[in-house]
Design a protein around this ligand. Structure first.
Ligand SMILES: [Zn+2]
Length: 254
């Protein structure tokens, strides 16, 4: 780190759990943020302010007026701009030390696999099951930890899936693909604006812990937040030994 970085990140470096070594790991890390919407906005802002060295920000949509109620990366004068580009502008203003790479196509197939394989940590901030399952598969193929978040109406969820941990479940263990889970999206159901901020910020916290090698990630636990009463519940998520995604996974990177 240079002198400016040492000053910028001094309040992290002061923490015994992080220190110079932990901050060095953050500066050397790459985070893939899938979705630059309600969850991806606060997540990416905190990753950038906290000094993650490189952020791949993926979103195939453009900024819409209805997004601005909660998607705090975006601004009124950027309606119509690709969200990944709008996000790059916001993150660049916040911290020019961070290398932000906007991915303006919907991330799938080889593009998704390549982005995941090059990441230290992946944040699933998207709004549909197809992408969630594709991201989960790629993370378990490449051995990259996944921080998954969801927010709809007043209900938030947070979980960490880590293919490097033998006892970690994956997203598919929790929500098996093909089961008729009702797809609920903010576009039709509505969402309480600060709930996306709370969950996205928690995703950033877990991602920073994983990338910086400090604290204990909440691997294998599902946190459920009800913003109506601001109550938090937590359940253990067991690994499904018959899971087609993670059930027979080989040893992956150390
Ligand atoms: Zn699984």
């Amino acid at each position: 780190m240079n002198d400016v970085q040492l000053l910028r990140y001094s309040r992290h470096i002061l923490l015994d759990e992080i220190g110079i070594e932990g901050q060095d790991r953050l500066v050397a890390a790459t985070a893939l943020v899938v979705g630059a919407g309600g969850l991806g906005s606060p997540a990416a802002l905190y990753l950038a302010s906290a000094g993650i060295g490189r952020i791949l920000l993926a979103d195939g949509d453009t900024v819409d007026l209805t997004n601005l109620q909660r998607q705090i990366l975006h601004r009124n004068d950027r309606v119509g701009m690709p969200k990944a580009e709008s996000g790059r502008l916001a993150l660049g203003e916040l911290n020019p030390e961070v290398d932000v790479i906007p991915l303006t196509e919907r991330l799938e197939g080889d593009g998704l696999r390549a982005a995941v394989a090059g990441a230290t940590v992946v944040l699933d901030c998207c709004d549909n099951f197809a992408t969630r399952h594709a991201v989960n598969r790629s993370c378990f193929e490449s051995g990259v930890p996944l921080v998954s978040g969801a927010a709809i109406r007043f209900d938030g969820q947070l979980a960490v899936f880590d293919p490097r941990a033998d006892d970690s479940p994956c997203y598919h263990c929790l929500f098996p693909e093909g089961q008729d889970v009702e797809e609920v999206r903010c576009a039709v159901m509505g969402v309480f604006a600060p709930l996306t901020g709370i969950v996205g910020t928690m995703q950033a916290a877990e991602a920073l812990k994983l990338a910086g090698g400090f604290g204990t990630p909440m691997t294998g636990r599902l946190l459920l937040l009800d913003a109506r009463t601001m109550s938090v519940n937590e359940i253990r998520v067991p690994r499904d030994p018959g899971c087609p995604v993670c059930g027979h996974r080989p040893a992956v990177r150390p």
